[in-house]
Write a protein that binds this ligand. Sequence first.
Ligand code: PBG
Length: 329
Amino acid sequence: MTFPAVRMRRMRRDAFSRALMRETVLTVSDLIMVAFVVDGEGVRQPVSSMPGVDRLSIDELVKLGAECVELGIPALALFPSVDASAKTEDAREAWNPDGLFQRAARELKRRFPELGLIGDVALDPYTTHGQDGLIDADGYVMNEPTVEALIKMSVAQAEAGFDFVAPSDMMDGRIGAIREALEDAGHIHTRILSYSAKYASSFYGPFRDAVGSAANLGKGNKHTYQMDVGNSDEALREVELDLAEGADAVMVKPGLPYLDILRRVKDTFGAPTFVYQVSGEYAMIKAAAQNGWVDEKAVVLESLMSMKRAGADAILTYFALDVARWLKT
Ligand code: PBG
């Protein structure tokens, strides 16, 4: 059967039939808000490369948490921006039970027990060199010593009340090691969201400004642990290992440039699969919108819809509050 019996445009003619045949919908339950916490009180520090995103002190973060709850956003992913004076070669501030990150979690959990809280597990906000792990004399990130540090960090986060620990470091074997340590410490309900397919991407620049690791990293890069941009099969191997080691959910990162990876991961494993619309994706949309070159709302909704269509169960995005508001109206 061909034209004119088949007219693809017939179903597109009216809003009602477009609605009926729409395969993918975006809802507030798909969203995970992302925020940065800093020390102090009443602090909202703009991140210059991310217009509209501020580093927030805990009291301001509480206001953001209230907005998430109010709008029905299921979870908040938190990152620390620690003072330069707290950064060391061994990143020990990362597992300080009274450190900024742990205090923030305790306060958020006390106020909003129903809001899922996701803690970032990686050493870059805490190291003087800006790498995600501990380095040897040549600057190489050492796997096992880093995993030991990540274990301490994960247990400290679970203790503080994080519902998810989310290792974003790409060390080998860390998911199994963290799972075992959480079980041993009695945190059997603490979930692990593994950044399984995390690429050595140039889209992370604004984030590195936000957590203050950019200057420390300098001309350094993360190519010895994050994945090569040209690879796809390797992502499946990473996801397979992380699931076998006990990851509860896996992540593909960045988002829009990696939709092919997202689809393969979802099709292959059928596991809860999250995607991260990263800082560079945010910055590009904001910059173009501020110039009047694209319609911000339309472009954001289209980007997130594409991620869902490609298989994402949830999306980490700096736009989550805006999107939740747009979806309401
Ligand atoms: C590092 C980390 C990064 C992001 C999340 N965790 C940056 C990096 O790997 O250098 C990037 C998130 C974003 O760009 O929004 N552990």
